[in-house]
Design a protein around this ligand. Structure first.
Ligand code: GDP
Ligand code: IMO
Ligand code: MG
Length: 424
């Protein structure tokens, strides 16, 4: 039994793709279990950059089985685009499988995502507009279309007609939008169904058997803890459970299979989309981090909001995920930024200091970060191979993060390439 989970501990884009790619070199199976093409995972290998949205980051290894579990919502158009991109670059897809239960993101979901965001006006969530929320809504309303349906043209046409008609009523009569051409969608999506049919298989069974055979299994988290529908900054969250526990229901396995839960964080904090961000830097330092770190969304290209490392949120992640270790990426980005700050706690307006992340935004609004100052560093650390090679101030920064988060920092990222990782 050696299954491990990789989860995001902040608001996404912590460099999960890179960590998964590194660990996947030792894995037989890599599984995605929630979210959809709202995710954007970057893998850099030998000077080549791969941006993956739905296909697990283990796909670059020839012998690694890459699975998409029942809890994922899949956009077949983007999926086929990703398949073409990978095949065009010589990556084999023979080891790809999709659970028949996975829900399909349809064009009306994308349309409704955009329309509902527009309707919210200033209170918009800042979604990726990939139809994720509306697709999960249909799943829970029990009118969704699943991968099994998509690969059976008659079932698909019937379901698409009945759901599509209802969705068009909402699009036109509630939002005053333009209806989706359902027959054209059926024709287009039936072709996607043909492309993916050979990959559809019961992922729950595959993972169970792989575990029994002693194979090494990795679960690739998408999004992150603070975007979790229950434990994130609701309503500024995504519509799934990116937490470690989400892996079990999203794949169809029991929790006893899991041995290791690795949380990924950046050495600072970023967020795309709207919602609270206590340590946000809306100043030159924030701009410097954005530019140095290339902090622009992998999926939407939006500039990411930037801020100091917030140990309150990462401690929250350590608890709600049951993390066994942490990986801290992008330490190299902090070089030359000047003195650094770490948020250790929040102070409420009445002067009370709290160490646990507040459960609701109304309480969070009453909090401001309490900072600890740190001496910065100017050295280029991108070639360091061992912890001891890092400047002393860098070492102290990492040791302090470890102490404040209450979790072992086992990996430190000092560059985007798969080789730029310091294991401790
Ligand atoms: P994910 O969504 O968590 O997989 O992260 P993204 O791929 O969206 O964003 C992380 C970005 O940081 C990507 O461009 C990575 O190539 C890059 N990256 C990851 N780790 C490091 C690191 O240690 N240093 C630097 N400079 N870049 C990194
Ligand atoms: P990875 O896996 C960063 C954010 C969106 C928005 C909110 C809801 O690359 O870390 P949605 O489209 O899911 O309904 O949008 O969630 N969001 C992400 N932010 N990284 C992601 O994925 C994200 N996936 C969703 O920006 O704030
Ligand atoms: Mg990303």
């Amino acid at each position: 039994m050696s299954a491990s989970i990789v989860v995001g501990t902040q608001w996404g884009d912590e460099g999960k793709g890179k960590i998964i790619d590194i660990i996947a070199s030792r894995a037989d199976v890599v599984v995605r279990s929630q979210g959809g093409n709202n995710a954007g995972h970057t893998v850099v290998s030998g000077g080549q950059t791969y941006k993956l949205h739905l296909i697990p980051s283990g796909i670059l290894y020839k012998n690694t089985l890459c699975l998409i579990g029942a809890g994922v919502v899949m956009d077949p158009k983007d999926f086929v685009g990703e398949m073409d991109m990978l095949e065009g670059r010589g990556v084999s897809l023979d080891n790809l499988r999709i659970d028949p239960r996975a829900h399909i993101t349809m064009p009306w979901h994308i349309e409704l995502d955009g329309l509902s965001e527009k309707f919210r006006g200033n209170a918009d969530i800042g979604t990726t507009k990939r139809g994720i929320g509306p697709a999960y809504m249909d799943k829970y309303e029990r009118c969704g279309i699943r991968a099994y349906d998509l690969i059976h043209p008659e079932i698909f046409a019937e379901k698409a007609r009945s759901t599509g008609m209802l969705k068009n009523k909402i699009i036109t009569e509630v939002y005053g939008g333009k209806p989706v051409d359902i027959e054209a969608v059926i024709r287009e999506y039936t072709e996607y169904g043909k492309r993916i049919a050979k990959y559809v298989d019961d992922v729950s069974v595959i993972v169970y058997n792989a575990d029994k055979e002693g194979k090494t299994i990795m679960f690739e988290g998408a999004q992150a803890t603070l975007l979790d529908i229950d434990f994130g900054t609701y309503p500024y969250v995504t519509s799934s459970h990116p937490l470690s526990a989400g892996v079990c229901v999203g794949t169809g396995i029991g929790p006893m299979m899991i041995r290791d839960i690795i949380g990924v964080a950046k050495a600072y904090t970023t967020r795309v989309g709207k919602g609270p961000f206590p340590t946000e830097l809306e100043n030159e330092t924030g701009d410097m981090i954005r530019n140095k770190g290339g902090e622009f969304g992998t999926t939407t290209g939006r500039p990411r909001r930037t801020g100091w490392f917030d140990a309150v949120i990462v401690r929250h992640s350590v608890r709600v995920n049951g993390l066994s270790k942490l990986a801290i990426n992008k330490l190299d980005t902090l070089s030359g930024i000047g003195d650094l700050k770490i948020c250790t706690a929040y102070e409420k307006k009445d002067g009370t200091v709290i160490k646990d992340f507040p459960p609701v935004l109304e309480e969070l609004a009453d909090c401001k970060p309490v900072y600890e100052m740190f001496e910065g560093f100017n050295e280029d650390i991108s070639r360091c191979k061992a912890f001891e090679e890092l400047p002393k101030s860098c070492q102290r920064y990492i040791e302090r993060l470890e102490e404040l988060c209450g979790c072992k920092i086992a990996m430190i990222g000092n560059g985007p390439d798969r080789t730029q990782i310091i294991e401790r």
